[in-house]
Design a protein around this ligand. Structure first.
Ligand code: ATP
Ligand code: MG
Length: 292
C-alpha cells in the first residue's frame, strides 16, 4: 500500500472509533455511493475503516467496491453462530485497512434487532478501527432505526430536490430524538448549470433550509455511474473527476483535515482543466461556508 501524495495519519492506539451512519430518508439519493467513496478516501488517508452495509436484501455496497464475489458470510451467519465475525469482514485488496461487512445476503432479517446491531458494532469497535461507517437503508422504519442505533454521528445525504430535502429534515428530527447530535449534510447531484438558470436550488439554499452544517457538495457526474458499474470508487481514479475531488474533500473535512484538493495553488497541465472546472463549480456562489 502506498500513501505517496496522501499523508498517513494514525489515531492513538485503542482510541474509540467514530461511528457514523450515512442516511437520507428518501431512497436513491446517493447514500451507498457516499459510503463507498468516503470509506475508500478515509482508508487512503491511512485510517482503519469498517463499512457496514445495513441494507437488508438490497445490498449494494459490495458491488460499488467490486467485492461482490468475496461475500461468503454476512452478519446473519455471525448472529446464527455459523461463522466468526472476522470471516464476515471482507478486506479490500487495494487498501487492506478497509473492510466491509454485509448484514444479510437475502431478505432474511429475523435475527436483526437493535440489540444485535449494537452487539455487532461493539465487536467491530474492539478491533481497532478508526472509523465505522454504516450505510443506512432508505426509509425511516425499523431498518433505519437499527442502522442508526450504534451511531454517534450522522451524515445526511440529500439532493437539491424538495422531496429529498423534506425527508432529510424528517430524518434530522429522528436522529436528534435518538440522541445523535453530530450531524453533517452532504448535498449530492448538484448541477451548477441548473442553479444558474434558477431551475435548481443552490447548495446554500438547501443548507439554510435544513440548518445542518455542510460536509460536502457533490456534482451530478456520469462518471459516478461508470464507477458503480466497474466496482471502482471514483476516488481511486488516477485522474480524479470533479465528483471524485468533491468526495475526497468531504472525506478530508470529515477526518478534520484542511488540505482540500481544490485548495491546490500549483496546478500541473494535467490538472488544469479539472482545476478550472472545480474553481467554476465553487465560484458560482452555490456553496455556503463549511463549518468545521
Ligand atoms: N453525483 C452523482 N452523479 C450521478 N449519478 C449519481 C450520483 N450519485 C449517485 N448517483 C447514482 O444514483 C443512483 C443511486 O445511488 P445510490 O445507490 O448511492 O443511492 P442510495 O441512497 O444508496 O439508494 P438506496 O436508498 O436505494 O439505498 C445510482 O445509480 C448512482 O450511480
Ligand atoms: Mg443504498
Amino acid at each position: 500500500m502506498t500513501t505517496d501524495r496522501l499523508t498517513k495519519i494514525s489515531l492513538q492506539e485503542n482510541s474509540q472509533p467514530r461511528t457514523v451512519v450515512i442516511t437520507s430518508g428518501k431512497g436513491g439519493v446517493g447514500k451507498t455511493t457516499t459510503t463507498a467513496n468516503l470509506g475508500m478516501s478515509i482508508a487512503r488517508l491511512g485510517y482503519r475503516v469498517a463499512l457496514i452495509d445495513a441494507d437488508i436484501g438490497l445490498r449494494n455496497l459490495d458491488l460499488l467496491l467490486g467485492l461482490e464475489n468475496r461475500v461468503l458470510y454476512t452478519a446473519m451467519e455471525v448472529f446464527n453462530g455459523e461463522c466468526r465475525l472476522d470471516q464476515a469482514l471482507i478486506t479490500d485488496k487495494r487498501w487492506n485497512n478497509l473492510t466491509v461487512l454485509c448484514i444479510s445476503k437475502n431478505r432474511q432479517r429475523y435475527n436483526l434487532t437493535r440489540k444485535n446491531m449494537l452487539l455487532l458494532v461493539d465487536s467491530i469497535r474492539a478491533r481497532n478501527y478508526d472509523f465505522i461507517l454504516i450505510d443506512c437503508p432508505a426509509g425511516i422504519d425499523v431498518g433505519f432505526l437499527n442502522a442508526i442505533a450504534p451511531a454517534e454521528e450522522a451524515i445526511i445525504v440529500t439532493t437539491p430536490e424538495i422531496t429529498s430535502i423534506r425527508d432529510a429534515d424528517r430524518v434530522a428530527g429522528l436522529l436528534e430524538a435518538s440522541g445523535i447530535y453530530q450531524v453533517k449534510l452532504l448535498v449530492n447531484r448538484v448541477r451548477a448549470d441548473m442553479i444558474q438558470k434558477n431551475d435548481m436550488m443552490s447548495v446554500r439554499d438547501v443548507q439554510e433550509m435544513l440548518g445542518i452544517s455542510l460536509l460536502g457538495a457533490i456534482p451530478e457526474d456520469k462518471s459516478v455511474i461508470v464507477s458503480t458499474n466497474r466496482g471502482e470508487p471514483l476516488v481511486l481514479r488516477k485522474r480524479l473527476t470533479i465528483s471524485g475531488v468533491a468526495f475526497e474533500n468531504a472525506a478530508r473535512r470529515l477526518v478534520g483535515r484542511k488540505d482540500f484538493l481544490t485548495d491546490l495553488e500549483t496546478e500541473t497541465s494535467n490538472q488544469k482543466g479539472m482545476f478550472n472546472r472545480i474553481q467554476k463549480f465553487l465560484s458560482t456562489q452555490l456553496l455556503p461556508p463549511f463549518e468545521e
